[in-house]
Design a protein around this ligand. Structure first.
Ligand code: TYM
Length: 337
């Protein structure tokens, strides 16, 4: 039933998401929605990066449930286990192994400059662990283990991808061509969906205000309620300003979901008020989520199927990654077993 033959003529795509609770509209529009069509054109490898998630303390029971739900949700969004390798990171031990090697080829100063580290260490000041600091090396390992050419991500991950490129280039400079140098694939619209409560901030699932983000599994009523409460501007004009206003964010979301461009959307809402705009965005989002939610409800009841998918995927991912890890081990001088 499962097979994965990598077509050598196609480029490889790798991307990942942390299974840390709910999946937001930001994750969906900035990343997952863009992964789906790539499956037709590229060799795709996707991962739920649970090793990354424990850089922030998790409740074990809740975390376990979140991982299974995230797996079901990705299948529901259209990640196709027949076309792509979709695995759980901790099932493939080469990730932790390569991460350690890369950590030894990364400078303290480089990791200190990561804005996500600065942001997370101020948000979780009671637990600034070394994992949070070395997180970009684990991410670099994820990417570099699969001869990745393209990494579809939202804009917030660009700095990490650039560091992965630098580390790969440095390693290749010392040992010859070991790693493929990857490129980020950042969508033109939707690369940064902002908080509904503070349009200057990224929409994030870790926001303490649940009205700031939409979850892909939110009910129709909740979606409408949250959009109705969304912050807009003080005048009533519906125009895209390009300066991160609440209206810009709503127009962006609307365009991402409906596939319309900003000019068309501005014309559509020209003489309408904010209430109409908010209801239209909510309706568009709800209708996008409807079939995902119904598929999710089917997949989550079939844990046997989910287990079969992730186990098979882990074998395939390991099969590919072990070639790179052996090459790396041998280049640095380890004795291969
Ligand atoms: P994570 O789990 O925070 O987010 C997963 C994906 O969602 C995108 N994203 C957004 N896009 C637009 N607007 C937003 N508000 C928004 N919030 C999140 C992210 O850019 C990302 O593409 N470190 C990564 C996971 C990771 C990874 C990797 C990604 C680990 N290894 C290798 C790519 C390749 C992270 O924490 O993403």
């Amino acid at each position: 039933m499962y097979y994965m033959t990598f077509d050598k003529n196609k480029k490889n795509v790798f991307s990942a998401i942390q299974p840390s609770g709910t999946m937001t509209l930001g994750n969906y529009l900035g990343a997952i929605k863009n992964w789906i069509p790539l499956q037709e054109e590229y060799n795709c490898i996707f991962s739920l990066v649970d090793l990354h998630t424990i850089t922030v303390r998790q409740d074990p029971k809740e975390f376990h449930k979140n991982i299974l739900e995230a797996y079901a949700l990705f299948l529901a969004c259209g990640v196709d286990s027949q076309k792509s390798i979709f695995f759980i990171q901790s099932h493939v031990h080469t990730h932790a192994e390569l991460a350690w090697v890369l950590t030894c080829y990364t400078q303290f100063g480089e990791l200190s400059r990561m804005t996500q580290f600065k942001d997370k260490s101020s948000r979780y000041s009671e637990n600034i662990n070394a994992g949070l600091f070395c997180y970009p090396d684990l991410m670099a390992a994820d990417i570099l283990l699969y001869n990745t050419h393209l990494i579809p991500v939202g804009i917030d991950q660009k700095q990490h991808v650039e560091l992965a490129r630098d580390i790969a280039g440095r390693f290749n400079g010392i040992y010859g061509d070991v790693f493929t140098i990857p490129e980020p694939l950042i969508p033109k619209v939707g690369a940064k969906i902002m908080s509904l409560q503070d349009p200057a901030k990224k929409m994030s699932k870790s926001d303490s205000n649940v009205n700031a983000y939409i979850s892909v599994l939110d009910s129709e009523e909740d979606v409408l309620k949250k959009f109705k409460r969304a912050v807009t501007d003080s005048n009533s004009e519906i125009k895209y300003s390009g300066s991160l206003t609440g209206v810009d964010n709503l127009l962006n979301i609307y365009c991402c979901v409906t596939g319309r461009n900003i000019n068309d959307a501005e014309n559509e809402f020209r003489d309408k008020g904010y209430k109409y705009l908010k209801e239209s965005v909510a309706n568009a989002v709800t209708s996008e989520f409807k079939s995902i939610q119904s598929k999710f409800n089917t997949y989550i009841k079939d844990l046997g199927y989910i287990e079969k998918c992730y186990k098979e995927a882990a074998k395939e991912a390991y099969g590919i990654s072990k070639e790179i890890i052996s090459k790396v081990f041998s280049k640095v001088g380890f004795i291969l077993k």
